[in-house]
Structure formats: structure tokens, C-alpha cells
Design a binder for this molecule. Structure first.
Ligand SMILES: N=c1c2ncn([C@@H]3O[C@H](COP(=O)(O)OP(=O)(O)OP(=O)(O)O)[C@@H](O)[C@H]3O)c2ncn1[C@@H]1O[C@H](COP(=O)(O)O)[C@@H](O)[C@H]1O
Length: 106
């Protein structure tokens, strides 16, 4: 079991992850929004320092995203399987198929 799944199951005191999990989707989602904004800002910063800052903020964003998945009982393997299912289909082709399906249902 991953550390975050363990935190979700056991909710030990003195854990930042437990605090987030106890706040539910709203509290975790608020942090994801904040961290996404911070990554966007950092990604626009020039030079090696900006690059290192972007790596740091991406770490925060990915950690908080993983906490949301743990809260919802979703494993990273399930997300990897979803990405594998999409492999080889361009986002443009997927969008065009969706729009043509929408046309059929209207
Ligand atoms: N990878 C992380 C990780 N990345 C970021 N963070 C925390 O996420 C928070 C980032 O939020 P901010 O930068 O906004 O900092 P802040 O203002 O203190 O945060 P808030 O109090 O406002 O929420 C900081 O408190 C970081 O320490 C993390 N906390 C935990 N982990 C991993 O989760 C494991 C379990 O952690 P605990 O459950 O806390 O023991 C750890 O061993 C790590 O492996």
C-alpha cells in the first residue's frame, strides 16, 4: 500500500496528509488550485532558478493530486491504465469524435 493510501486508511495524528484528507475534496481541491497557479507562475520564470522553481512547484501539485486520488480511493495504476487506453489517439482526433457524437445525440 502506498504511503498516501495508508494515510487515507489510518489517518494518523501529526500528519499533513491526514489534515488534508480530513478536509475532504474541497480542502484538497483548494490546495490543488493554489499549487497549479504557483506552477504556472514558476514555469514562466526564466533561467535555471526558474526551472528549479517549476520542478519544486510541480512536486507540490503532483503530491496534492495524489492526495485527492487517495481520498477518492483511486490508485495511480488506475490512472496509468486510463492514460494507456488513450495512447496513440491524438487529443484533436478525440475531440473531433466527441463533437461528432454530440451532433448525433442532439
Ligand atoms: N510529498 C509530500 C509533500 N509535498 C508537499 N507537501 C506539503 O504540502 C504543503 C504545501 O503547501 P504550501 O506550500 O502552501 O505550504 P503551507 O502554507 O505550509 O500549506 P498550508 O498549511 O497553507 O496548507 C507543505 O506543508 C509541504 O510540506 C508534502 N507533504 C508530504 N509529502 C509526502 O507525504 C508523506 C507523508 O506526509 P505526512 O502525511 O505529512 O506524514 C511524506 O513523507 C512525503 O513523502
Amino acid at each position: 500500500m502506498s504511503t498516501l493510501a495508508e494515510r487515507a486508511a489510518e489517518r494518523p495524528a501529526g500528519s499533513y496528509t491526514t489534515k488534508l484528507l480530513d478536509g475532504g475534496a474541497d480542502a484538497i481541491g483548494k490546495k490543488i488550485r493554489e499549487e497549479a497557479e504557483e506552477l504556472i507562475e514558476a514555469a514562466g520564470e526564466a533561467g535555471a532558478d526558474g526551472r528549479a522553481h517549476a520542478v519544486y512547484e510541480a512536486g507540490d501539485l503532483i503530491y496534492h493530486t495524489l492526495v485527492m486520488l487517495a481520498w477518492r480511493g483511486i490508485s495511480l495504476d488506475e490512472v496509468a491504465a486510463e492514460l494507456a487506453r488513450r495512447e496513440g489517439t491524438s487529443g484533436l482526433a478525440e475531440k473531433a469524435a466527441r463533437q461528432s457524437n454530440d451532433g448525433l445525440t442532439k
